[in-house]
Design a protein around this ligand. Structure first.
Ligand code: ATP
Ligand code: MG
Length: 678
């Protein structure tokens, strides 16, 4: 491990191993690199045992990348037992061991968005609000409360908003239901970890003893629950190193609190604070544009990023006719730039504010036969046919999981109608027994009718049989395939599909679950069904199907993703598309707190992903519900000094000479200014 590849400030941060350390620095200044080097330094120079090291970051992808970098530095043998993970995986590790102390069973389920929504819809029905109140908004409120560590008793509505009021009413029931189903949601993973450590000093002591060195990347985006977890773990030895950039805090809407990083010195008065100001990622021009945009945010720590590299190309600002035109222009540029700069497809990233924007680009890329990967969007593991398979597996592991049990009770159809299901649920509530127990005793309930009784009995028998088969060990994927065959899942999918082509795709998706399971088995040392389900639940929320996010990035394909997912990454060429008012800044409908500064930080994150080439695109018009509407260029475009930009119209082809382009641009520039109202 060679410290001479670091600049003096970076080196100081790497060598400061004892006591609190804050690295507050701008994009591309080597913060993440410092963390990886610091881990290597601890392992190599300080002979710290790997089990004593915990590094936390934002996505599974970032975690895996970090682990790989450390492996490269010190060799795989030396990192065995070290934890490099997301907050959620860290929480899961803690829960798996000791959740029984909180009254849950070890085989608990993890509820994702779809399961949660289903549960909240049921609860809304209970208070007669299912028609007028949106379940997602209620969930949002509950999730927000949990990320602020508020228990159901502590939650007080902050407004007369009906979703807020419903959330206050339903949060206690929601939490009770989860516990009865032996399930936790995403926020619980953190909330319950904190509770466990708070209420059980022996457990806390064990972890404090073990985790001697804590490091956190992207610290600006931690929420109060994550903050509390860190505090609990590090009080005592106080070896906490956090790195981040307040200008890149982009998750306030999800409960992140930038004060965590800004107040670090208050929390730890003896903290060593190190600033990094040299940017190693982008050209001077790109950096100047980023600096110029972020300067317009008033509440921030002033930072002056500089680079010793070249100033590089001007930034292209291209106004397109409409969305299709924008996609065409991007693809045209990929062709031309790839040839001109000898770039691979994977060197290009198309970044947008919202996932729906990806469609036009996907179509155009497909049309031109350019390989691409889409990160985010319709989530594979949230598709109905995939959820159905997972629901079976989940119930095999945790029979108390009522949300999933109800999902499969009559799917594929086996003659347990809604009336019978309602009756069963009522009996389970009256007798205060889990639904599964009621099902097992259904033979003694003549009121269900003979047909339903038989159906329930064979369902129970099937599940018991497969539970036993999975328990006995052997290939998981093989057993899963047998289960699906026995269920005749394929027939059911075709029966319900509008057309055979759709049915075929869905069947393929279903089979993809078996494939995912098979590759899980190959990777894992001791694979289990519950281990597989846990992996699936903890995938980055924006991780799509086949293969993981990092596998996708490794292929030679153009990358499409949202600005939020692009955090921490870098690409030789970046297209920042949809540079229009209402996209960026986004017109937020779901959340009340509209924060233009956070939108500007997103723009800053986008610009600073680019290493050499940056293009900003927007459309003059877009289709909305089939009508064309006029669009206004993003205010952030006007914040970039004109001398850094080359304004162009979409007709300007990259294959044109500079002079020809300039001529086109001159005419266009006036038009752009007009649009900006200058
Ligand atoms: P972000 O804020 O976007 O997460 P960051 O501060 O974490 O950025 P890194 O990703 O660690 O920055 O580094 C940015 C790039 O600069 C990487 O390609 C990294 O390898 C390179 N880099 C960092 N420090 C140095 C250095 N001292 N010498 C040469 N290259 C460096
Ligand atoms: Mg980073």
């Amino acid at each position: 491990m060679n410290l001479s590849t670091l600049n003096p400030e970076q080196r100081a941060a790497v060598q400061h191993t004892e006591g609190p350390l804050l690295l507050l620095a701008g994009a591309g200044s080597g913060k993440t690199r410092v963390i990886t080097c610091r881990i290597a330094y601890l392992l190599r120079r300080c002979e710290t045992p790997p089990q004593a090291i915990v590094a936390v970051t934002f996505t599974n992808k970032a975690a895996r990348e970090m682990k790989e970098r450390v492996d490269d530095l010190v060799g795989r043998r030396q990192t065995k037992g070290m934890i490099v993970s997301t907050f959620h995986s860290l929480g899961m590790r803690i829960l798996r061991e000791d959740i029984a102390k909180l009254g849950y069973k070890k085989n608990f389920s993890i509820y994702g968005a779809a399961d949660q929504a289903r549960l909240v819809r049921d609860l809304l029905q209970g208070i007669g609000g299912e028609r007028k109140i949106d379940a997602d908004r209620v969930l949002w409120k509950i999730s927000d409360a949990k990320s602020r560590l508020l228990s159901p008793e502590q939650f007080v509505p902050r407004s007369q908003d009906e979703a807020e009021l419903a959330a206050a009413q339903l949060y206690p029931r929601y939490q009770r239901a989860l516990k009865a189903f032996n399930a936790v949601d995403f926020d619980d993973i953190l909330l319950l970890s904190v509770r466990l450590l708070d209420e059980h000093p022996d457990v806390l002591e064990r972890y404090r003893d073990r985790f001697r060195y804590l490091m956190v990347d992207e610290y600006q985006d931690t929420n109060p629950a994550q903050y509390r977890l860190l505090r609990l773990l590090c009080d005592g030895h106080r070896n906490l190193c956090v790195v981040g950039d307040d200008d890149q805090s982009i998750y306030a809407w999800r409960g992140a609190d930038v004060r965590n990083i800004l107040d670090f010195e208050k929390d730890f008065p003896d903290a060593r604070v190190i600033k990094l100001e040299q940017n190693y990622r982008s050209t001077g021009t790109i950096l100047s544009a980023a600096n110029a945009v972020i300067r317009n945010n008033t509440k921030r720590k002033e930072k002056a990023l500089w680079t010793s590299g070249e100033s590089g190309d001007l930034i292209d600002a291209i106004l397109c006719d409409d969305g299709e035109d924008e996609a065409r222009v991007v693809v045209e540029h990929i062709h031309a730039l790839r040839a001109r700069h000898e770039l691979a497809y994977r060197d290009f990233a198309i970044l947008y504010r919202t996932n729906v924007q990806s469609r036009a680009f996907e179509e155009q890329l497909r049309y031109e036969n350019i390989p691409y990967v889409l990160i985010g969007g319709q989530q594979f593991f949230d598709r109905k046919e995939v959820k159905d398979v997972l629901a079976y597996l989940q119930v095999l592991v945790n029979p108390r999981d009522e949300v999933n049990l109800l999902r499969i009770l009559n799917y594929p159809r086996r003659g347990i109608g809604d009336t019978s299901a309602d009756r069963l649920i009522r009996i389970s509530a009256e007798q205060e027994k889990p639904l599964w127990e009621i099902l097992k005793g259904a033979g003694e309930m003549p009121e269900l009718g003979e047909k339903a009784q038989d159906a329930i009995a064979s369902f129970v028998a099937l599940m018991e049989r497969f539970r036993e088969r999975f328990r006995r060990g052997g290939r998981l994927a093989e057993k899963c395939r047998e289960l699906l065959a026995e269920l005749k899942m394929e027939d059911e999918i075709y029966r319900n599909a509008d057309d055979p082509a759709k049915g075929k795709r869905r069947v393929e998706n279903m089979e993809e679950v078996v494939n995912a399971m098979a590759s899980y088995e190959e990777r894992e040392e001791s694979p289990t069904l519950s281990g597989f389900l846990e992996k699936v639940s903890l995938l980055d929320r924006d991780t799509p199907g086949r293969g993981t996010k990092e596998e996708k990035l490794a292929q030679d394909a153009v990358i499409l993703m949202s600005l939020h997912s692009s955090k921490g990454l870098e690409f030789p060429c970046v297209f920042l598309v949809g540079m229009e008012e209402e996209y960026l800044p986004h017109k937020k409908s779901l959340h009340e707190t509209f924060d233009i500064d956070e939108e500007r930080r997103l723009c800053y994150v986008g610009i600073t992903r680019a290493q050499r080439i940056l293009l900003l695109l927007g459309a003059a018009r877009r289709k909305k519900f089939g009508r064309r509407i006029e669009r206004v260029p993003s205010r952030f475009l006007a914040e970039i000094p004109a001398e850094l930009l080359r304004h162009r119209k979409s007709e300007a082809r990259p294959e044109l000479s500079e002079a020809e382009q300039d001529k086109l641009a001159a005419g266009f520039f006036a038009g752009m200014k007009g649009l900006l109202g200058e």
